[in-house]
Design a protein around this ligand. Sequence first.
Ligand SMILES: O=P(O)(O)OC[C@H]1O[C@H](O[C@H]2O[C@H](CO)[C@@H](O)[C@H](O)[C@H]2O)[C@H](O)[C@@H](O)[C@@H]1O
Length: 255
Amino acid sequence: MEAILKDPAGAVIGLDFDGTLSPIVPDPDTAVVHPGAPPVLAELGRHVGAVAIVTGRPPAKVLELGPALKDVPGLVILGHYGFERWEDGRTSAPPPPAGVPRAKAKLPLLLDSLGVTDAAIEDKGRAVAVHTRRCADPEGTLARLREPLAALAAEHGLVVEPGRMVLEVRPSGMDKGHALGAFLTERSARSVLFVGDDLGDLAAFDAVRSSGLPGVTVCSGSTEVTALAERADIVVDGPEGVVALLRELTSAFSR
Ligand SMILES: O=P(O)(O)OC[C@H]1O[C@H](O[C@H]2O[C@H](CO)[C@@H](O)[C@H](O)[C@H]2O)[C@H](O)[C@@H](O)[C@@H]1O
């Protein structure tokens, strides 16, 4: 943290979205950005080298769930684990891989054949996710789906990304670690802070360590995921704690 405070202009601040900047809710479509996040990110952006949201969501969805984020100066959204990038009002993305629509088409029949009737399918464009949070037995259903979804993914040249009561079938070749690492290089970062809450954020924690830069890893803590807290330098209490930490950081810059 010392390096960030001494030389804010050289710092890159990376943040996950769901569970970090947006509280976890049962229905992914009704998630919203924490109201304190856009103003504190805007303030942070005035001091540090760059602020980036690194998320499994498509950037367009992040902006739909947090419209005020559009007004955060210089914000970059590395969405779909880094496959899609939003910056200055524009999104750039490679064409979606052919396997995704095929896997998507087979998913309802697969769930039927397994007798899973209460899981929710989230069509993410270049990926498809199966959520069990609203199932009668969220954890049991998640466990039952693990192998069949891994087989479906493999059949279509895709991989499974596990998350909080969700299994996502998505293209390989990109993760939050690659996305963050490339961004640090692009911005010639001299220090880095990354905040996450879920297993997908471990790759970004690894990127902080392997960058060789002075770095801080922060876990937006929950009772649902413990693996990240064990690897974090700082653990705060969910999105409320994340916003409070970012506020402390901006106040320290202003002193
Ligand atoms: O990388 P992230 O920004 O953390 O996105 C990861 C996934 O988040 C979303 O699902 C999670 O949040 C939902 C809303 O709070 C919650 O209902 C669900 O149980 C969580 O897994 C999102 O729906 C996924 O597409 C993202 O990949």
